[in-house]
Design a protein around this ligand. Sequence first.
Ligand code: ADP
Ligand code: MG
Length: 445
Amino acid sequence: MSNLWRICQILWIGRLLTGESQSRRLVTQLWEAYRVQEGLSEIFDHFLGQPLILTNREVLRPDYVPESLPHRDEQIRRLGWILAPVLKGSRCSNVFIYGKPGIGKTAVVRYVLTHLVRKSHELHSAVEACHVNCRMAGTDYRVLSMLSESVGVHIPFTGLSTNEVFDRFKAGLASLHGVLVIVLDELDVLVKQHGDDLLYELTRVNETSDIGRLVFIGVSNDLNFKELLDPRVLSSLSEEELVFRPYAADELHDILWERAALSFSDGALEESALRLCAALAAAEHGDARRALDLLRVSAELAEREGAKGVTDAHVRQAQRKIEENRVNEALKTLPLHQRLVLYSIYHTSRLNMRDCLTGDIYEVYADLCGKTGVEPLTQRRISGLISELDVLGVVNAKLVSRGRHGRSKRVRLNMPLLAAQEHFNSDTRFSPLLSYVPRHLRKTP
Ligand code: ADP
Ligand code: MG
């Protein structure tokens, strides 16, 4: 019996004896705590008592590095050919890799570099590799300090100028006597935020000094990213280019099948459920990350309800859950005006105002701005914000022709009304306006 239960009993007896209201409140609180504790232990017992669906969860985690990468042989071999000269101590071409998210770019680069470094150690040749995720690093300073760490130079978290860190990195590089292969992963995010100065300086290291040899592998999720680069940086970075195309449904099926064989217990995954995960992710944009997420979340949902295995219904439920999470995450980071635009679109949907064009949304937006004490932006800016919301997938904006009035967008909310309502209800700035009615719909007395 738990200690909490014992204390409850003692206090209960105490209350009977003294009748004090304070001790009564304490008993109620302790009783609640006892119930929560018991509930938790029931969950654990339930989990331990049922047959497991997943025998190895790690294999489905996003950071798991698979031993084999089906349907990426061609990219692995090409990157292998490009990088092979470094094993003889020469610098090879820089490579620029791009393709949509979740289609194996990082996995392929890690795979090839692991084998390259292993081979170089066998040959006692000095090849080192450094993989930096620029989105996670966030700033030029952090990228540079991670590069410096890879050549044995420790950089304090803050306090040095970027130039100073760069000098220390070059000094570390001089002591390497070999080739350093630098992967700048999700490079597009860094350049969009901080420009390409760092890239320019880095790519110049090879030209201006005899200190070390750098090879760059730039990886971007954005296909149009090249347009943002200074032509000198671009020509240096993209001496070779590798384009990754999305996976087709049957390729995703093979990828999932290999992972499922390592992670599911026998008979705990229906073939049709596996196919459904692959088909849904293929419709997304051939995204293996989404396919693996679907499989993992489906298995977790099935386990939670005590099912024997994963069925199509679990996969559909997982799809809804992932979608909800994605929308919630996207909404959390929206800046004020975008939030106001979405709030306007929410109200037009809530009030069944059909076929709303950009102008209608703008009217509601301007009215809402007045109510919240915010200076409205121009209609043109709002049109841009609507397009961004469309890209996020939370609204649907379709270009329509209005004859001699030119073109406009027909805008609709693309998420459950209830989810939007919950979101705005949790924001104290917007919650008082939940039953707002646009000016032109208000009844005049
Ligand atoms: P990207 O870098 O293109 O965004 P990743 O390489 O991170 O995509 O891949 C996303 C997820 O899918 C990772 O968990 C990765 O292990 C897995 N994955 C991608 N391609 C394959 C493949 N061909 N075989 C096995 N797993 C893969
Ligand atoms: Mg990646």
